[in-house]
Design a protein around this ligand. Structure first.
Ligand code: AMP
Length: 457
């Protein structure tokens, strides 16, 4: 019997895991500069939370949730997205009382039972941000700009922000009614879900995955014809600001987003695919959800947020091939030629690690060949060698980058790949040339002295 990962999930290791961590770290660093604080919520929640917030008629709730009864017969769902959980946590813990605006970010796995394909997984990872307590076109533009900057910092230079507004409550109602009238004669030839949506939530027809490309949808009434003056002005201000910030922004009146909690501003960030046959990638989606806190039993709290999928950003960066160099390198590999030298090598390795150096050693072999193989595999900058002779003479053999002091006593790195046997005093002198090591030695004179004594015996 052999075991395989579940369809639509991924293992991350090696360089892929480093890419993943780079995306995570960049997003966290950028959001910190915008004043966000990280938070975590549980991976599963009461099913009702998502029914209520994401919406009964959405694809996510109808078809994609991992829902099960736990041993206490409660209906539990693995979170398909983060906004519902964060808003639940803000209301439950009264976080809104402490700061205004409240700026929170989250990072973690989400679960949707979708048809797996490139960039569409059943377990994927989202980084998301939410701001509670303020409604302003200035904030909306600044938040969208933060998303753009995040992707730019990761190496994606060209992208488009698609933006739309769902209007205020009155505009939204008028538009829903217009859609109902328009689709009433056409819905007969559309999918089963759309036939239900026309009664319960006609807006959802516009982002139907089956009928999306149809003429009926392309010719449907446009939200812009039902918008109040204020809603139009609000959207225009965001667009103007983003243009002034040098963002490529496009108003897309068909953009409604597939979750019910959205109100007013909605947006997506798209990267054009360069490979023929590949669809453009939607990296990020977000918008305002001014009614959600109240819907979940909290106070009325204006709010906006967005989320992006780490795996999808990885695809975009792979296509553009703009990754950093992830070839890890190790500062030192220590080779030991007999058992006693092995003990010595462990002590020296740990002293160097305390100095902030990356050190690797072979725990088993005392012959040269396998130990050199290891140092090559880990791409060691310097190889140190300890054998009986080195121990007897209080020396060490250094192979790799040589540091030579010139006549002005200034260190100069020479990239000669030669081998030298040097005294331990010389060895530590070389190390001290690296400032970090020097600082550590000054702070820990005892440990350093002990090491020198230890080698004397
Ligand atoms: P949404 O929560 O649907 O607005 O999605 C926000 C972002 O999450 C998308 O733009 C994607 O980057 C990512 N995402 C959503 N669904 C998936 C999925 N099934 N697999 C991978 N990434 C996803």
């Amino acid at each position: 019997m052999s075991y395989q990962k579940i369809k639509g999930t991924q293992d991350f290791f090696g360089i892929e895991k480093q890419k993943f961590a780079f995306i995570e770290q960049t997003a966290k660093n950028v959001s910190k500069r915008w004043g966000f604080f990280e938070m975590d919520t549980p991976i599963f929640e009461a099913t009702e939370l998502f029914n209520r917030s994401v919406g009964d008629e959405t694809d996510i709730v109808k078809k994609e949730m991992y829902t099960f009864l736990d041993k206490g017969d409660r209906s539990i769902t693995l979170r398909p997205e983060g906004t519902a959980s964060v808003t639940r946590a803000v209301v439950e813990n009264k976080l809104y009382a402490s700061t205004n605006p409240l700026k929170l970010s989250y990072f973690g796995p989400m679960f949707r039972y979708e048809r797996p394909q490139a960039g569409r997984l059943r377990q994927f990872t989202q980084f998301g941000v939410e701001v509670f307590g303020v409604e302003s076109a200035n904030l909306d533009a600044d938040l969208i700009y933060m998303a753009v900057e995040t992707f730019r910092e990761m190496g994606i230079k060209s992208m488009t922000v698609k933006i739309n507004t769902l209007g205020d409550d009155r505009s939204k109602e008028a538009y829903q009614e217009a859609l109902r009238v328009y689709f009433s004669t056409k819905v007969g030839s559309m999918c089963k879900d759309c036939q239900e949506r026309i009664v319960k939530n006609p807006l959802r027809i516009l982002d139907c995955k089956i009928d999306a490309k149809g003429e009926e949808i392309a010719n449907a009434p446009k939200m812009s014809d039902y918008l109040s003056f204020e809603s139009k002005a609000y959207l225009k201000k965001i667009v103007d600001l983003l243009e002034q910030l040098d963002v490529n922004v496009e108003v897309d009146q068909t953009l409604v987003r597939g979750l019910d909690y959205y109100t007013s501003t909605v947006f997506e960030i798209i990267v054009e695919s360069e490979s023929p046959g590949m669809k453009d990638l939607v990296l990020c989606g977000g918008g305002r959800y001014n009614g959600l806190s109240k819907d979940l039993g909290g106070p009325e709290l204006k709010a906006i947020g967005y989320a992006f999928g780490v795996e999808r950003v990885m695809i975009a960066l792979d296509e553009k091939n703009t990754w950093n160099d992830f070839n890890a390198s190790t500062d030192f590999a220590i080779l030991a030629m007999d058992d006693e030298s092995k003990t010595e090598s462990i002590k020296l390795a740990n002293l160097l690690r305390k100095c902030g150096k990356t050190v690797e050693l072979d725990y088993v072999n005392t012959t040269l060949k396998p130990q050199f193989k290891l140092s090559e595999r880990i791409n060691a900058k310097t190889v140190l060698l300890i054998g009986e002779e080195e121990r007897r003479n209080r020396t060490i053999t250094w192979k790799g980058k040589n540091i030579v002091e010139n006549s002005n006593n200034l260190p100069q790195e020479m990239f000669r790949n030669d081998q030298q046997t040097i005294s331990m005093e010389q060895f530590f002198k070389r190390l001290r040339i690296y400032t970090r090591t020097k600082r550590w030695m000054e702070k820990n004179p005892k440990a350093y002295a002990n090491y020198l004594l230890m080698r004397k015996e």
